[in-house]
Write a protein that binds this ligand. Sequence first.
Ligand code: PBG
Length: 357
Amino acid sequence: MTQLPKKDPLPLRALPDANPPAREDQSDHMGAFPRVRMRRNRRAAWVRGMVAENRVAAEDLIWPIFVHDGSGRTPVQSMPGVDRLGLDCLVDAVGQGAELGLSAVAIFPYTEDALKTSDCREAVNPDNLVCRAVRQIKQAFPDVGVICDVALDPYNADGHDGLVREGRIVNDESLDLLCRQALVQAQAGCDVVAPSDMMDGRVGAVRQTLDGAGLTDVGIIAYAAKYASCFYGPFREAVGSGSSLKGDKKTYQMDPANSDEALREVALDLQEGADMVMIKPGMPYLDVIRRVKDTFAVPTAAYQVSGEYAMLKAAAANGWLDNDKAVMESLLSFKRAGADAVLTYLAPEVASLLQRR
Ligand code: PBG
């Protein structure tokens, strides 16, 4: 280090002209105007585009798809424009999504009541609907990312994400089943498993199971901060778990009042080996997305859930909101909050809007 000369250093503020006069101070808005005019960068489309800080891109979007074990499409009443797809139309639909530039799909099964049991055995059936769907997609489109939800609710007679014993959702026993569920999904060929069950320790347990089976490249997107939200209502209709759900999910999903707790959840899931973390729902929890991104700087996904989709579509159907503008603005809010990826039922619609621009 070079020594500075030691003779009478003047305090900085005493140096003549060291500080700009107050009127040039950026924080002094009265002084800044009329020299500074924010509207100059907004006056034409070319400059607005040039200074835009965030963009929505098809490759950031993950498309959640509902499948059913029949043929053709069946509409989800509370999600206008969303259908459950039979395996006969699944590959075509995924192909169209890929054509539009979508990176990945997430598969959710509609399960017949007959397959729902209290031991959730269908969850670990290597030939269940999800596994068959995954094999079909990966065979036709090996480059499309396929994500599977790890949770027991589609297969549980009680509609819960974990095993229920004497009215309680038991943690450690559920882990064993969740690991076996993740394993059959990974063996079917999915790229990423997404534990959405909110049991403690599930990310680490699933990581260990996958690694033990040599599936070290299968990733984990952890539903790290998943809230006990009413915005999942339409999803439960879509997968047929709503009517069977006994009670609520408040003993494992997070309290909407909390956000410090989300940071602890994310920290733990990262420690346990999550490759990416997710915040869910999306728009009501943008503050959590921002805190997580600022705190951990890891790949962060947001889930714009079924109820958010339903709200937008209901308002648009009534002519109360402009559908295309509301859809794009909602997606932009996730990018602004710091999300890298967004799971959204709007994915194909947004991707085609982006192509038409
Ligand atoms: C299952 C699961 C749910 C969602 C995704 N995975 C429902 C729930 O936790 O009750 C909701 C997705 C949506 O509402 O779009 N654990």
